[in-house]
Design a binder for this molecule. Structure first.
Ligand code: FES
Ligand code: FE2
Length: 474
């Protein structure tokens, strides 16, 4: 792909607009351009019409994107969260629901309001089977059937009222330490058993945050390689108080589609065509996942203006700690705002991403954008979803659903540097690794890891950190 010549936008605004347009047509295939049939051109800018933007961003029941997203399983909580608090309110795709784990260990996801007289089932309590309303004791199983109505069962059993009562319910499964929900039509597809979920000898953790903006701008970040250079590399350096030098620059990008999503590939000024981020790349899985191999990030719509960020992170223990079997996958919730200053937290990679996402507005106004050649993946992502909305309207399955149990024993993904996670390293090699070494001391992706999880991680790896902050092997 050709690169844009450096140009000052401030100095030559008209030429810059022409350059964006020129590069846009160089960088995009005709099909991309046809996809942007939804764009209008005003004063030289390419932009997405409001109606098309609504198609991408609105997720409530009955909306086209809401219907599309409901065709996939989504992780909505950590399994370990329910050890101490078995009932919690969740809002998902604009629906208010209650997720619980009953006394037999079965998870259920049901409507938030009791169909008797509308009490809040988030304050209900679990029984051996199901969730009981705390107001008059009606009891519901995981399929939403009302299985007890204590007073009616005594006073008026012949009326058989409970047989006519059914509460909204959705299928739930537990996998990889997360609780997953499916809100779409039957038959549900299989919950994808992505290859990293099958890896051995790893410490896993689940990290959850609520981010106050629409899900689609979060997922666009999954196919946006250039932001690494600026948002993570250079901005982090500036946040540390340094003014330079800036990090390696992106010199070449490529974007490809594969069975389960899009791949981006990049070459920077410090890498070449043999680098794993060019030969293999990074993945934006359908419909709302970013996958880097050792961690997945889901962007789950809470509603049109809020997103649940769910991360599953895997750290391979050093050879000296094998065999390692994790007894419990911890879940923790990361804050997004510094309460003292009222500003977004900026110290960790994903917190920086959150700053970008919320900065675009509760729902990004795509009629005001100016796409450049770095945004080819963004255009491919949007085109994919417009195509998928058409497919759903024609009664077809969207892409990436798994329905073959044989295939689902383990779904391989193109993962850069896979050998690091499969074969592992010695502790000395791990600590000396340019990227993984820095992950040993602190959780790199998000602010707020509780001390209990930090300690469990260090116990798994076999390290401690001394008072001077040095990593010491146990
Ligand atoms: S409102 Fe729930 S049992 Fe009465
Ligand atoms: Fe990022």
């Amino acid at each position: 792909m050709r690169q844009a010549a450096p140009i000052s936008r401030a100095a030559e605004p008209r030429r810059f607009s022409r350059m964006i347009l020129t590069n846009f047509y160089i960088a995009y295939s005709m099909r991309d351009i046809q996809m942007i049939r939804a764009t209008r051109r005003t004063k030289g800018r390419l932009m997405l019409a409001d109606a098309k933007n609504s198609l991408l961003t609105q997720v409530s029941p009955g909306t086209p994107m809401g219907d599309l997203l409901r065709r996939y399983w989504h992780p909505i909580a950590g399994e370990s969260e329910f050890d101490e608090m078995p009932v919690r309110a969740v809002r998902l795709l604009g629906e208010d629901l209650v997720l619980y784990k009953d006394l037999s260990g079965q998870f259920g996801l049901v409507d938030r309001q009791c169909p008797h007289r509308r009490a809040d089932l988030a304050y209900g309590f679990v029984e051996q089977c199901g969730l009981r309303c705390n107001y008059h004791g009606w009891l519901y199983d995981q399929d939403g059937r009302c299985i007890e109505q204590p007073y009616e069962d005594i006073a008026n059993p012949q009326a058989r009222l409970k047989e006519r009562i059914k509460i909204k319910s959705y299928p739930v499964q537990v996998h990889a330490g997360m609780v997953w929900a499916y809100l779409g039509p039957a038959p549900a597809p299989l919950l994808p058993n992505w290859e990293p979920f099958t890896w051995q000898n790893g410490f896993r953790q689940v990290v959850i945050s609520e981010v106050p903006c629409n899900w689609f701008q979060c997922q666009e970040n999954s196919i946006d390689p250039v932001h690494f250079e600026w948002m993570h590399s250079n901005w982090s350096m500036r946040l540390r108080g340094n003014t330079g030098p800036y990090g390696p620059t992106h010199t070449r990008l490529n974007f490809e589609e594969f069975d389960y999503g899009l791949i981006y590939k990049r070459i920077r000024s410090d890498t070449d065509e043999n680098h794993p981020l060019w030969t293999t790349g990074r993945l934006a899985l359908w419909p709302n996942v970013f996958c880097l191999g050792d961690h997945f990030e889901w962007r789950i719509p809470i509603d049109d203006e809020n997103t649940l960020s769910v991360t599953w992170a895997f750290t391979r223990v050093p050879h000296e700690r094998e065999p390692y079997v994790q007894q419990r996958i911890p879940t923790w919730h990361g804050p997004v705002k510094d309460e003292a200053s009222g500003r977004w937290i900026t110290s960790h990679v994903m917190n920086q991403d959150f700053v970008a996402w919320v900065g675009q507005g509760r729902v990004a106004d795509r009629s005001q954008e100016n796409l450049g050649s770095s945004d080819r993946g963004i255009a491919m992502l949007r085109r994919h979803f417009f195509d998928e909305l058409d497919a759903i309207a024609q009664g077809k399955d969207p892409k990436g659903l798994v329905r073959d149990p044989q295939k689902n024993t383990c779904i391989p993904l193109p993962i850069a540097s896979r050998h690091l996670f499969i074969k592992g390293l010695s502790r000395a090699q791990l600590l000396a690794h340019p990227i993984l070494g820095s992950h040993m001391k602190d959780y790199a992706f998000q602010y707020g890891q509780p001390d209990s999880v930090k300690q469990a991680f260090r116990d798994a790896i076999g390290i401690r950190v001394d008072e001077q902050g040095n990593v010491v092997s146990l």
